[in-house]
Design a protein around this ligand. Sequence first.
Ligand SMILES: NC(=O)c1ccc[n+]([C@@H]2O[C@H](COP(=O)([O-])OP(=O)(O)OC[C@H]3O[C@@H](n4cnc5c(N)ncnc54)[C@H](O)[C@@H]3O)[C@@H](O)[C@H]2O)c1
Length: 262
Amino acid sequence: MRFAGKVAIVTGGASGIGRALVQRLHAEGGSVMIADLDEAQGSGLAAELGERAAFCRIDVTDGDALAALAQETADRFGGIDLLFNNAGMGCYGLTPDLSLDDWRRVIAVNLDAVFLGCRAVIPHMVARGGGAIVNTASASGLAADYGFTAYNAAKAGVINYTRCLAIDHARDNIRANAICPGPVDTPLFTPGVEAMPGLRDEWERCVPAQRFARPEEIAAVAAFLASDDASGVTGAAIPVDGGLTAHTGQPDLRARMAAHSE
Ligand SMILES: NC(=O)c1ccc[n+]([C@@H]2O[C@H](COP(=O)([O-])OP(=O)(O)OC[C@H]3O[C@@H](n4cnc5c(N)ncnc54)[C@H](O)[C@@H]3O)[C@@H](O)[C@H]2O)c1
């Protein structure tokens, strides 16, 4: 019950990683505001959880709406202790092919929204005497993927912005950390991968663990970072990627030698 008496906002809480996180925080005693564009899934989850859960339909690129959400959460649950900036979207496009509108939308949803969420919530945390922020970055913010220019740039921005938050607000007793998932089985990711024959197998072979993560595995690390168990951790960007970013990308000689000896 690490979150008994704590109040959390989870953006993108209706689906995938955010949904698993909402369930985890609630199961450990927290009160959770689910903030998402998807009204059906978000309000359904809040109704399923019952007491200590609420849903607010919001576009995280709207700073005024985020400020209103923070106030509504504080009014309803008595304050805000934890913020999970988790909503995000992917986008494939090489530089010559990407419109400025597409670039700006990806930066707005993945990076601007993290700033806007923090700007709305930090004053509430200061009033409470402290808090914890966990931003969902990505393994794709630590290194580059072929063709995911805007997404990679946004997620790298999230990681360094998280470090800025950590140092600026350490004296306010606010910790800020980022999680960097590798591939995770969620509605954002899996259907697109599985639409291309053979791609899932190829992608899983890129991960040293040889599999995609489950949303609950990412939520567990985010919950740890938000909890008092991580009271000494701030400004970190933690890969939760089955070893993906530990790998230089060079060939797997062990697999090659095993194939030769057959
Ligand atoms: N799935 C992966 O492989 C993976 C890997 C690394 C990082 N991530 C990151 O994890 C986070 C969660 O992704 P997921 O895989 O759980 O995806 P998901 O699609 O299952 O969930 C994302 C949620 O965010 C909401 N959302 C999207 N845009 C929004 C907006 N403008 N305003 C409010 N809500 C919005 C969606 O409605 C959805 O409920 C994202 O930031 C994503 O970039 C995912």
